[in-house]
Structure formats: structure tokens, C-alpha cells
Ligand binder design. Structure first.
Ligand SMILES: *Cc1c(COP(=O)(O)O)cnc(C)c1O
Length: 460
């Protein structure tokens, strides 16, 4: 395959992409395949001789799309969305063509400088204070890990990086039980340990109890532990819980603790001023993460971390061996020093394309529609006999269950997902099996969302 073939096949791929998207509604959302079926269809060994692109393409069409769950399907209401605007796909195509590794300014000046500008555009779009700078990671998990490593090193005055953790006091991180499992993963990887992640109780509103946070910190100090940081939940994954961000930050600051706000999903909604009360006080945070790849149309992967002061994180993660020095340039940003991996993709490009192709007003309209449709679907479900709303919409996420018990609710979920027109997932809330409804796909429509109450009425 040469560069002329690339031209030919890129056009074939572009035609395929347009047809794939146009035909999504005709496919079942969730892959209707059994585990092992794709493996069984693949040869056991790689080919010795080159194969034609015709053959590769034919096998792709035969094997892959039918064995995928279609995240861009209008009926996808599972997990959180990973939505992809057409303008984002285009940006990824040209980024793929340049195939740059954007670890340093000099390996990718446009990528580095555009990343700085896009982080600034998004900071302003979300209504955050102008002192925030930031960077783009692959995922919120990595951003949260970066923040927790920084909490560790800041507390140990950077002795952990040098000497390791043995002999150090117990570091303690605080978060509510509504925070994402990426926080658990981060304390494990950071060597802090699961036992030192203090899950602070939540109140009836599912927010971390700030008095309980304060007492937990004081109790740890009294026994000689070293509190290191607080992770604050702004839109939890299970039911969309929000901590009282400002009050939690105040407690953390009283004890000189570093703070990280996980707004991976809900952060995108903050382009709409009317939702910002949900994270009131957020400007006091040290670190904030949100995923434009969830709800803003810049496709996976794209997680933006805002930092009040990047210096502690750069001191924690940055290394500059001789072979990474940029000769004669001291005033430039080398983003690999802000993040865990050295190598980096050109992720800012899709943000630039998306923000320009739809404008903030176009993006706000999408978010507002999703919130309104979630409320409408919730009201329609509530009107059905036998259906109970278990958590009210938090932005565009709510949950429901059948009154006659977990087994019936689980059977309903199976039926809905086997039907193929919608796809939903479950969570456990207050001991019950409940169905999560998460609205937010780029090309979802009111009709696609309102199909859900009709299907529930038919199946329940
Ligand atoms: C999705 C999500 C994450 C994890 O995001 P990744 O980018 O997949 O690592 C973390 N926290 C919250 C609140 C989320 O919704």
C-alpha cells in the first residue's frame, strides 16, 4: 500500500463513515454477539505475505461493525456518552495523517500552542476564573492520578519521588462514596493505598457531609496521619451526585489540603450559565477535570485538567533528561512535563474544530435539549403504573426501577437492551437495582429519548 492507495482508500473510508452514521438507527445499539465470536473468526497467526486492501476492507466490513456497540447511535443512553461531532472526526483524520508525537513544543509547535489556547477558551466557556491554565490528558483517570500524585508529593515536600514512600507517615485522601472508581485506582497506583482513601459519608442530597469531612481530617491529624488532599465530586457517575463544592473547598483549605474536582461528565454542562450553581465555589479548586469527550462532541480521548498553579504538578511529573532538552528555548511549554505519559496525541485540534464548527451557542443548545428531554422522559416514566423514579434528573441523568422488585427491573433492562432500539445500564442505589438513563449523544433526538417510556410501557 502506497500513498496513492492512501488517497483512494481514504475516500472509501470517508464514504463508509458517512453511510455508517446515516444508517445507525437501523442497527441494534448493543452488539448482539456472543463472547468469543470475533476471536473465532480471526486467523490464529498473522499473514506472512502481504494481503490486498480489498481483502482487508471486505473482512473489516464483514467482521467489525456488526460486533460493535454503537456509541453514536441515537438510542445510546448507557454509561455516559462518548460523543463525536462530525467536525471532531475530521480533525482526528487530519491529526492521524500528520501522525505527530506531541511531547515537546519543538516536536509539535502548533499542537502545544493550540492546547494552551483551547484550555483557555474552555476555561472561559465554563465560566472559570482567568487564573486557571491547564493541559489535555487522554482520560479523567489520568488527570485524577496526576492530581493525587501531586497531592502526595506536595505533602511530602517531594520526598516521595526521591526516596519512595517507606518510612513516610500515612497519607490520607478524602472523597465521598459517590466519587468515581478512578479515585480508588489513583490512590492504589500512587502508593497511598486503598485503606488511606477516606470515604466521607454523604447526606440525603448525596453530597459529602462537610462536617464529617472536617472531623475525619481532625481525627487523622490527632493520630499522626498526614492528610494530603480532597477529591470533590461534581456529577457522580452512578446517579449524578454533586458535593457542595465551595463548602468542601473551604474545609480543605482550612487544613491546607490540595483539592481536585472531578467534573468528568458534568463539566461540559457548565458552558450553560444556568447550571453553574451546581459547582458554585469551584474557582477555589487547585485542579478540575472534565471530559469534552463525554458531552461536548470532541470525541474520545480528550480530558481537560484545569490547574490554579501548574508548578506543583510539573514538579511532580516533569523530568528533563538531556535528550529532551530544547536547546536555546527556555520560555516554551513542554506538555509532557504536565502529564503521566511522555508521548502525546494532538488532541487540541478536535476541540478547535468543534468549538468553531458549532459555536458555544450550538453546544449549549445541545446540552439544554438533552437536559430537557431527560426531564420529559422522566415525567413520562413516572406516569406509568408500576414505575418508580429512584433518582430525579441531575442534568440529563436519572434512574428508575419497577415497584415489584429487583428481579423484575433487571428483566426489564434485559428486554430493553435485547430489543436493540435503546441501550441502558444499571447501578445500585440505596441497595436497589435501578436502571440509569443518561441522555447526551451527539445525534440523539427527542424522539429517540421519548421512545424509552413507550418501550417500558410495552415491556413492563
Ligand atoms: C467517566 C468518569 C470518569 C472516568 O473517565 P475516563 O476519562 O474514562 O477516565 C471519572 N469520573 C467521573 C465522574 C466520570 O463520569
Amino acid at each position: 500500500m502506497d500513498h496513492e492507495d492512501l488517497r483512494h482508500w481514504s475516500k472509501r473510508a470517508a464514504d463508509w463513515a458517512a453511510e455508517y452514521h446515516a444508517g445507525l438507527s437501523d442497527r441494534p445499539v448493543r452488539a448482539p454477539v456472543q463472547p468469543g465470536s470475533v476471536k473465532a473468526a480471526l486467523p490464529k497467526t498473522p499473514p506472512e505475505a502481504a494481503e490486498s486492501m480489498e481483502a482487508i476492507w471486505a473482512d473489516f466490513e464483514a467482521l467489525v461493525p456488526g460486533a460493535m456497540t454503537h456509541w453514536q447511535h441515537p438510542g445510546f443512553m448507557a454509561y455516559f456518552p462518548a460523543n463525536a461531532a462530525p467536525a471532531s472526526m475530521l480533525a482526528e483524520q487530519v491529526a492521524n495523517a500528520m501522525a505527530a508525537q506531541c511531547m515537546l513544543w519543538q516536536t509539535s509547535p502548533a499542537a502545544t500552542e493550540m492546547e494552551e489556547v483551547m484550555v483557555g477558551w474552555l476555561r472561559d466557556a465554563l465560566g472559570l476564573a482567568p487564573h486557571f491554565s491547564g493541559t489535555i490528558h487522554d482520560s479523567a483517570t489520568t488527570a485524577t492520578l496526576s492530581a493525587i500524585l501531586t497531592m502526595r508529593e506536595r505533602t511530602l515536600d517531594w520526598a516521595g519521588n526521591e526516596d519512595g514512600l517507606s518510612g513516610q507517615p500515612r497519607l490520607r485522601i478524602y472523597a465521598s462514596a459517590e466519587t468515581h472508581s478512578s479515585v480508588d485506582k489513583a490512590v492504589r497506583i500512587a502508593g497511598i493505598g486503598q485503606a488511606n482513601l477516606v470515604k466521607v459519608p454523604t447526606g440525603a442530597d448525596h453530597a459529602m457531609e462537610v462536617e464529617a469531612l472536617d472531623s475525619a481530617i481532625r481525627a487523622d491529624l490527632a493520630v499522626g496521619h498526614r492528610p494530603a488532599g480532597v477529591v470533590i465530586c461534581a456529577g457522580g457517575t452512578s446517579i449524578g451526585a454533586f458535593d457542595r463544592v465551595g463548602e468542601s473547598l473551604t474545609v480543605a483549605k482550612t487544613h491546607n489540603l490540595m483539592t481536585h474536582v472531578d467534573a468528568a461528565w458534568a463539566g461540559s454542562a457548565m458552558i450553560c450559565p444556568e447550571f453553574r450553581a451546581l459547582w458554585d465555589g469551584v474557582d477555589g479548586a487547585d485542579s478540575i477535570v472534565f471530559n469534552p469527550h463525554k458531552w461536548l462532541g470532541a470525541q474520545f480521548d480528550c480530558a481537560v485538567q484545569f490547574l490554579a498553579d501548574p508548578a506543583p504538578q510539573v514538579r511532580t511529573l516533569g523530568l528533563r533528561p538531556d535528550y529532551l532538552e530544547t536547546l536555546g528555548q527556555s520560555e516554551i511549554t513542554n506538555f509532557n512535563e504536565w502529564t503521566v505519559p511522555l508521548g502525546r496525541r494532538f488532541r487540541a485540534l478536535k476541540l478547535w474544530f468543534v468549538l468553531r464548527a458549532y459555536g458555544l451557542e450550538g453546544l449549549r443548545t445541545r446540552v439544554r435539549n438533552h437536559v430537557a428531554w431527560a426531564e420529559e422522559a422522566c415525567a413520562a416514566l413516572e406516569a406509568l403504573p408500576g414505575v418508580e423514579i429512584t433518582t430525579r434528573p441531575s442534568l440529563s441523568l436519572f434512574s428508575f426501577a419497577l415497584r415489584n422488585g429487583d428481579a423484575a427491573t433487571e428483566a426489564l433492562l434485559q428486554r430493553l437492551n435485547d430489543d436493540g432500539r435503546v441501550y441502558l445500564t444499571q447501578t445500585r442505589h440505596e441497595g436497589r437495582f435501578v436502571i440509569r438513563v443518561s441522555v447526551g449523544g451527539w445525534s440523539t433526538t427527542r424522539d429517540a429519548v421519548m421512545l424509552l417510556p413507550r418501550l417500558v410501557e410495552d415491556f413492563a
